[in-house]
Design a binder for this molecule. Structure first.
Ligand code: APR
Length: 234
């Protein structure tokens, strides 16, 4: 169990593992490949330049899968935690699905963007809601300015969203919990060691992550099984 005192400020970092029990595959490990390609081969600015059709095919597939998915008890437990802690909880997700919101979380920060949003690759048109999907031969969407519309996702090599807000919250937190993230993709992989200089750090997932030495303790198991009974209010 993780005890939370009335003065604790809690930072939660979630990764693909929290959505695994909702039927969305993780990126690494079992079932982590898409048509024998690693995600790093389709989620980059270089892939977009080389083959935008393929990139839209990948995100169309993910939009279809995510639109069928429902939150699991792990997402629900974190929504309840937010209701209890209010602004003493900061929930940062690397996930682009909307399962935290579907479960009732109001303030998730999506550092890698959102699957159901798109934006212009060139002009300042703000990101907009978009659930469209494209068949392999379909014409791809264009902005009024003439440039292409792209998924509103932070690709490998791009700067994550809301980093200033995230580091402010990391500097303030006294308790850090990472859930379902393999600990290999930066900068999120370094958040635990950053937080450890100030407080306790925990990991929740079926196997130890690559950055396991940054954690005070690892709770090995599935998020949906462990999270509903993990927190104790002191
Ligand atoms: N509960 C908790 N964790 C789980 C579960 C589960 N039911 N099932 C699997 N996991 C764990 C795996 O053990 C693995 O360590 O989830 C982790 C998923 O790791 P990754 O697939 O590497 O996902 P993540 O760390 O979120 O990836 C980071 O990389 O591909 C990019 O932008 C993408 O946001 C993503 C980033």
């Amino acid at each position: 169990m993780i005890g939370i005192s009335p003065t604790d400020r809690v930072f939660i970092l979630t990764g693909a593992g929290i959505s695994a029990e909702s039927g969305l595959p993780t990126f690494r490990g079992e079932g982590g490949l898409w048509r024998n390609r690693r995600v790093e081969e389709v989620a980059t600015p270089e892939a977009w330049k080389r083959d935008a059709q393929l990139v839209w095919e990948f995100y169309s597939m993910r939009r279809r899968a995510a639109s069928e998915a429902k939150p699991n008890p792990g997402h629900t437990a974190l929504a309840a935690l937010e209701r209890t802690l209010g602004d003493r909880l900061f929930l940062c997700t690397q996930n682009v699905d909307n399962l935290h919101e579907q479960a009732g979380t109001r303030n998730a920060v999506h550092m890698h963007g959102e699957l159901f949003k798109s934006r212009c690759e060139s002009c300042a048109l703000p990101p907009f809601d978009d659930a469209n999907t494209y068949e392999p031969s379909a014409a791809l969407p264009r902005c009024e300015c003439g440039a292409r519309i792209r998924p509103d996702i932070c690709w490998f090599g791009e700067v994550p969203y809301d980093v200033d807000q995230i580091y402010r919250a990391l500097n303030e937190c006294t308790l850090f919990v990472a859930i379902g993230t393999s600990g290999v993709v930066e900068p999120a992989a370094s958040f635990a060691s950053h937080a450890r200089s100030r407080g306790r750090t925990f990991y929740v997932g079926p196997e130890e992550p690559a950055n396991t030495s940054a954690f005070t303790e690892c709770f090995l198991g599935k998020a949906g099984a462990l999270l509903p009974d993990l927190f104790r209010y002191e």
